[in-house]
Design a protein. Structure first.
Length: 457
């Protein structure tokens, strides 16, 4: 069953239940209100009749012949030709004498019987010259429910029909409204379904039109964001394949030329030639290893041995390894990592790899006479590391991309120095895998500072 059908049926079911309950309650309340009104009207009539009966008793001195007054045409003081107020009007009247005996029941059921205490108490006193000569009770005093007249029954029946017709009309109107609303609600769902099928078929540029800000609109926005992310990832994948092919092509081309020259006898297998081939093989090995490491990071399968690590000791070891590169270039190394800093929670080998990559990257872009500085300080529950160089800096347009794979801002960042173009990408992946974050600050011609934080142990 489609969603709009379910919504329509659910709305119709709720509406029918509400209309049914409302109709039943309305009918009961109307009947009760009508009964109260009829009883009140009956009591008013009974009071008027009680006054007339008092006049009758005062004139006649007894109740003899009173049945003509209650059941036939009235004469004398009641007015010639006026209908009696008893049977002709549909009321049931019971006249009780002073001895509590029912003198007259207009329906003939209780005439001559002894009136009960409750019936006597419910009757209206008939007082003549200060003495109570009897009581008059209406049918409502005898029983809680009285027989309705034909007019009353017709009125209530008409009210019931009005309620039924109103319920049917309301149900029809609600069905129309529910259908329109259901179609409007499910339209975005249908658009999402079609869009999902197109994206699954490879059309990553397709987007849904978001027409509202409700939950379905938010789903549409989330779908568009997902499709955009997939599109970006697909673009990165294609770029990665192209970059890897480019990085592999250069050393392979160099190796092919040198090997062919050796095979053709154009060059001798001197130690220099063999060393050059070894460097190209080593470069290919580093590139393959870097790609393998990045794939493990992306898949979340990188094995880490997290444990407390002393920052000062890790910094000294990384600087000692970088000294072999800094001295021939004439670049100074500085350390500002206090010995009393708290330990960080990290993988010792991966932390060394992060620091070494950042130091060698800084040395690669720092000219002779410059300095590279490694510093650290505590920040709350984390430790904050900085690697600062005095190199050429990074332009603002290139700064957001320094951690992208194979990204190089200009020719000065070429692979001539032996880099694979994946060092900063690996650093970012390792830092984030250990629970930290990394970012860079730089200005063209003013050097670069790479910051990263790690949680304390």
């Amino acid at each position: 069953m489609r969603l709009w059908s379910k919504i329509l049926l659910a709305t119709a079911a709720v509406l029918l239940v509400c209309l049914g309950v409302t109709g039943i309650l309305a009918g009961v309340l109307i009947r009760r209100a009508f009964d109260r009104f009829a009883v009140a009207q009956e009591n008013v009539n009974a009071q008027r009749i009680a006054l007339a009966l008092a006049d009758y008793y005062e004139v006649n001195g007894s109740w003899a012949g009173v049945e003509r007054l209650l059941t036939g045409r009235r004469a004398g003081m009641m007015g010639q030709g006026m209908m009696g107020p008893g049977m002709a009007s549909g009321m049931r009247l019971l006249l009780m004498g002073a001895d509590h005996r029912v003198l007259l029941d207009t329906q003939g059921e209780l005439t001559g019987q002894e009136a009960s205490t409750a019936l006597w108490a419910a009757g209206l006193p008939i007082v003549v010259r200060g003495a109570e000569v009897g009581r008059l009770a209406s049918g409502s005093a005898l029983a809680e429910a009285k027989s309705r007249t034909t007019l009353e029954s017709t009125f209530l029946r008409n009210i019931s029909w009005v309620l039924v017709v109103a319920g049917i009309a309301g149900a029809a109107a609600a069905a129309v409204v529910a259908t329109v609303l259901a179609l409007q609600i499910t339209a975005p769902a249908r658009d999402l379904t079609n869009a999902a099928r197109r994206v699954a078929a490879g059309d990553l540029a397709h987007r849904v039109v978001v027409r509202s800000g409700d939950e379905l609109g938010q789903v549409g926005t989330a779908f568009n964001e997902m499709a955009a992310a997939l599109d970006r990832q697909e673009g990165l994948r294609r770029q990665l394949v192209a970059d890897v092919a480019h990085e592999l092509r250069t050393p392979l081309a160099v190796m092919r030329v040198e090997i062919e020259s050796l095979q053709d006898g154009l060059a001798e297998p001197t130690p220099e030639k063999l060393a050059s081939l070894g460097e190209e093989v080593a470069l290919l090995g580093r590139l393959v290893e870097d790609l393998r490491l990045l794939s493990l990071i992306d898949a979340g399968q990188l094995s880490l041995q997290l444990q407390p690590v002393e920052p000062a000791a890790a910094a000294r070891k990384a600087l000692q390894q970088a000294a072999a590169t800094a001295e021939p270039k004439g670049v100074g190394l500085e350390e500002a990592v206090p010995a009393g800093l708290p330990a960080v929670r990290a993988d010792p080998d991966r932390l060394q790899q992060v620091l070494s990559n950042l130091l060698h990257n800084a040395l690669r872009h720092t000219p002779a006479g410059g300095t590279v500085r490694l510093s650290a300080q505590g920040e709350g529950t984390h430790l904050h590391f900085q690697v600062t160089d005095t190199g050429e800096g990074i332009a603002p347009a290139d700064l957001p991309h320094v951690f992208d794979r194979f990204y190089r801002a200009d020719s000065s960042r070429a692979r001539s120095s032996g880099g694979t173009g994946l060092g900063l990408s690996i650093v970012r992946g390792l830092v984030e895998a250990m629970g930290g974050r990394i970012w860079a600050e730089s200005a063209a011609g003013a050097g670069t500072t790479v910051h990263f934080t790690l949680p304390g142990a």
